[in-house]
Design a protein around this ligand. Structure first.
Ligand code: HEC
Ligand code: HEC
Length: 292
């Protein structure tokens, strides 16, 4: 706020307060004028109005609000750029509360960080915290039940793109993951695309024709990432194509879409967003979801 507008607000506020006080006291009557029954002179339909003082409780209430206003404007921000004697700000209050909360919970997170992920996954109290952290940081993509959605893996099904061991889950969350599935439309042509779609479906159905053209193309072009048997590769995040669990859908149209345009799923790294201790609890929480 520029100095002019700040001064403008201060001057207007003060003038207003003075005017209100004046209005109140200049027109105040102190005693009931019973003898001569003074009237205000207002007449309506033959009804007249006595000129009596305001009730004391009403007047005092008004006085109190005036005193409160002046005290408030001296202590808290309200008059233009004047920050108030207490130096209170909403940001300061927010930071104070966050700091207090962190100090309060720090020792809990520290203690959990000492426990290994497998053991932590069995700690009901820690998993309650994990569930809350998951709802805040992960549910937008993986769903509040962690069952995922198209393009966002289900974290409860024990089928893993990058491995389901505690350490692997920890790496997925900490550093994020970037999948590269190339686009094959121009390489395979439309006929090859149709054949390969059928071949991928047959991998999932378990009725593979090993001598088809598509089988040979698969060995040449796909096996490097998805494996000769189609069971995938967790080092690359290449999905298992034989288990009928699909990240992008298993219908003919959806598989063809995956092949034609490629897929590039991205799991954002959390190390810059969340503390190490929180990621540790989250890894245990994710691990617990597929633990039977
Ligand atoms: C460079 C490694 C690489 C090659 C080569 C490759 N893929 Fe993939 N493929 C991936 C990765 C990684 C994903 C996962 C993409 C993601 O998570 O976004 C994937 C995803 C897929 C999917 C989607 C699976 C699902 O669950 O929805 C299909 C289908 C697929 N690949 C088939 C093929 C076929 C057929 C070929 C050969 C023509 C092939 N891929 C070649 C790495 C590869
Ligand atoms: C912006 C969306 C997004 C957010 C937020 C997100 N994820 Fe992910 N996550 C993904 C995607 C997409 C993948 C799959 C990457 C791929 O296709 O290769 C993934 C993969 C993973 C994997 C690997 C799964 C596997 O099968 O190996 C884990 C574990 C995971 N996420 C946990 C989490 C946790 C815990 C959080 C919260 C801290 C989180 N994610 C937040 C999008 C997200």
């Amino acid at each position: 706020m520029s100095t002019f507008w700040s001064a403008w607000i201060i001057v207007l506020t003060i003038i207003f307060l003075v005017a209100v006080s004046w209005l109140l006291f200049a027109n105040r009557k102190t005693s009931v004028n019973a003898e001569n029954e003074a009237k205000t002179g207002h007449v309506y339909d033959g009804i007249e109005e006595y000129d009596n003082p305001l009730p004391a409780w009403w007047l005092n209430l008004f006085l109190l609000t005036l005193i409160f206003t002046i005290g408030y404007l001296i202590l808290y921000p309200g008059l233009g750029n004047f920050k108030g004697l207490l130096g209170w700000t909403s940001e300061g209050r927010y930071e104070q509360e966050i700091k207090a909360a962190e100090e309060k919970y720090q020792h809990i997170f520290k203690a959990y960080a000492e426990v290994n992920i497998e053991a932590l996954a069995k700690d009901a109290k820690a998993m309650k915290i994990g569930q809350r952290l998951f709802a805040n940081s992960c549910a937008t993509c993986h769903g509040s039940d962690a069952r995922g959605n198209v393009g966002y893996p289900n974290l409860t099904d024990n089928d893993w793109l990058y491995g389901g061991q505690p350490e692997q889950i920890l790496v997925s969350i900490t550093h994020g993951r970037s999948a590269v599935m190339p686009a094959w439309a121009s390489v395979l042509g439309s006929e090859g695309l149709g054949g390969m779609t059928n071949y991928v479906r047959s991998l999932a159905d378990g009725e593979v024709d090993k001598n088809s053209d598509s089988a040979k193309t698969y060995t040449n072009m796909c096996a490097a990432c998805h494996g000769l048997d189609g069971k995938g590769n967790i080092a690359l995040g290449a999905p298992n194509l034989t288990d009928d669990i699909w990240l992008y859908g298993g219908s003919e149209a959806e598989i063809m879409q995956s092949l034609a345009n490629g897929r590039n799923g991205k799991m954002p790294a959390q190390e810059t967003i969340l503390s190490k201790e929180k990621i540790h609890i989250l890894a245990a929480y994710v691990f617990s979801l597929s633990m039977e």
